[in-house]
Design a binder for this molecule. Structure first.
Ligand code: FE2
Length: 160
């Protein structure tokens, strides 16, 4: 967490910025900073709601788990199927690296808070829909869930 403190972020102040999640979604997004090179997003989670498996476009970065503990599920393609590959628990106060091409989902055990730093800015994030067997490229203002508005679905590709 030293990296987080060195960056000058104050988690108590951040908590006030995104205080309550919309229960319709796995998390509510508050974009703190966005430029073509970098995006900083604060997520307030709906406890127990798992976000959809997703990638991060061409971005890499970090996730700082500020409040509550999180469980992460990683996926990989095996013989044309998206399969669970690994799991990790992230305790409040820890952080992880987000790698380009990585596919994962996350759930928070409570109404937690996480800070996401991506570079470049997230664009063309893909969400993976097991129910409909499709990959959806979502609008850049959409989080890791199946968009309910058609205009947030930029492209869809059905799995074989
Ligand atoms: Fe993610």
């Amino acid at each position: 967490m030293a990296l987080f403190r060195e960056a000058g972020y104050d988690s108590a102040a951040l908590a006030k910025i995104n205080g309550m999640a919309d229960p319709s979604y796995p998390y509510s997004r508050a974009v703190l900073s966005a430029s073509p090179e970098c995006e900083v997003m604060l997520a307030r989670w709906s406890g127990g709601r798992t976000c959809a498996p997703h990638d991060h476009g061409a971005s890499s970065g970090w996730v700082f788990y500020l409040e509550e503990d999180f469980e992460e599920q990683g996926y990989e393609w095996r013989a044309g199927e998206l399969a669970p590959a690994w799991t990790a628990v992230h305790l409040a106060g820890s952080y992880t690296e987000v790698r380009e091409q990585e596919i994962h989902s996350c759930v928070c055990r409570g109404s937690g808070l996480s800070l996401h730093i991506y570079f470049p800015r997230i664009a063309n994030m893909r969400v993976f829909d097991f129910d409909e067997r499709r990959t959806i490229t979502v609008a850049d203002d959409c989080g890791a869930w199946i968009p309910d508005r058609a205009e947030q679905r930029k492209q869809e590709e059905t799995w074989q």
